[in-house]
Design a protein around this ligand. Structure first.
Ligand code: DQA
Length: 139
């Protein structure tokens, strides 16, 4: 089973960035622990700060992977293009957010991804990713 985690802008700074909001752990160490926990899954990870690169990756994986776990970060609230890409592909996409975007500024309450996502997991910290993975493995 091929599953990819795609992270958007500034998520390469996890561990250093606003730890009160996003926690102290960097994503690489979280991802490696997740991979060790699920050794039989072909689990990969891609991060970019560039909108078009995220769209390219969604298109590249979106017709033969079994699942995409997408945290488009700030682009969630601005990108019609990423929303369209999620709509265009056949691979189911689960939208995740580390923080509870609904308890934050109102501009974070809008998502261009959610209408096209299979499901949305918000505000459960890095555990949000594992819960999305759990869904793909247990559906
Ligand atoms: C985020 C929430 C977004 O509003 C923010 O721009 C991010 C991270 C989250 O995971 O909580 O960069 O997607």
């Amino acid at each position: 089973m091929k599953i990819i985690i795609i992270n958007g802008p500034n998520l390469n700074l996890l561990g250093k960035r606003e730890p009160d909001v996003y926690g102290n752990q960097d994503f690489e160490s979280y991802f490696n622990a997740l991979k060790n926990q699920y050794p039989t899954i072909d689990l990969s990870y891609f991060q970019s700060n560039i909108e078009g690169e995220l769209i390219n990756k969604i298109q590249e994986c979106g017709f033969d992977y079994e699942g995409i776990i997408l945290n488009a970060a700030a682009y969630t609230h601005t990108s019609v293009g990423i929303g369209d890409a999620v709509k265009a592909v056949t691979t189911p996409v689960i939208e995740v957010h580390i923080s509870n975007t609904f308890s934050r500024e109102s501009f974070r309450h809008q998502s261009y991804i959610s209408p096209h996502a299979k499901g949305v997991i918000i505000g459960l910290g890095l555990k949000s990713y594992e819960l999305a993975l759990y869904h793909f493995l247990n559906q």
